[in-house]
Design a protein around this ligand. Structure first.
Ligand SMILES: [Zn+2]
Ligand SMILES: [Zn+2]
Length: 141
């Protein structure tokens, strides 16, 4: 159950060119330690939240969005002006599957529930000792 989050949730990129709303409470969230998340974010770990399909509404900035679509994964969508990570989209339909938690304004209403791809975790930052389950590869399911 989610609770205190404002509805709709809002968010955007660092420069403000891209703004969005999410009309339904977020479903779940995870930390991802994969190499792609390290590359796309410049950090040790990415935090992303799954959305209810169809609940993401882009308010502005469609023309600024760029996509990195490596094979075998979701397209990584970011602002082409400031580089801020925004969402992970289905590579075929371009439907938003997950949003990057750092792009959300305020409390997203969910907390990461697991660490995935810990086999690839950055050697320079210990994985948080937060008691959450850890998965060597992709979170099952
Ligand atoms: Zn931007
Ligand atoms: Zn990842």
């Amino acid at each position: 159950m989610t609770s205190a989050a404002d509805a709709p949730l809002t968010g955007g990129c660092g420069c403000g060119a891209v703004r969005f709303e999410i009309d339904e409470p977020l479903v779940t969230a995870i930390y991802c330690h994969c190499t792609r998340c390290q590359r796309r974010s410049g950090t040790a770990v990415g935090a992303s939240a799954r959305i209810v399909p169809g609940s993401f509404r882009l308010l502005r900035g469609a023309e600024e969005l760029r996509r990195w679509s490596p094979g075998g994964g979701l397209a990584k969508v970011f602002c082409g002006r400031c580089g801020s990570a925004v969402s992970a989209n289905d590579p075929d339909t371009d439907e938003v599957v997950a949003v990057r938690m750092g792009a959300i304004d305020g409390d997203p209403g969910v907390r990461p529930e697991a660490h995935q791809f810990v086999a690839y975790a950055a050697p320079w930052e210990p994985i948080a000792d937060d008691g959450l389950p850890r998965f060597e590869e992709r979170l099952p399911g």
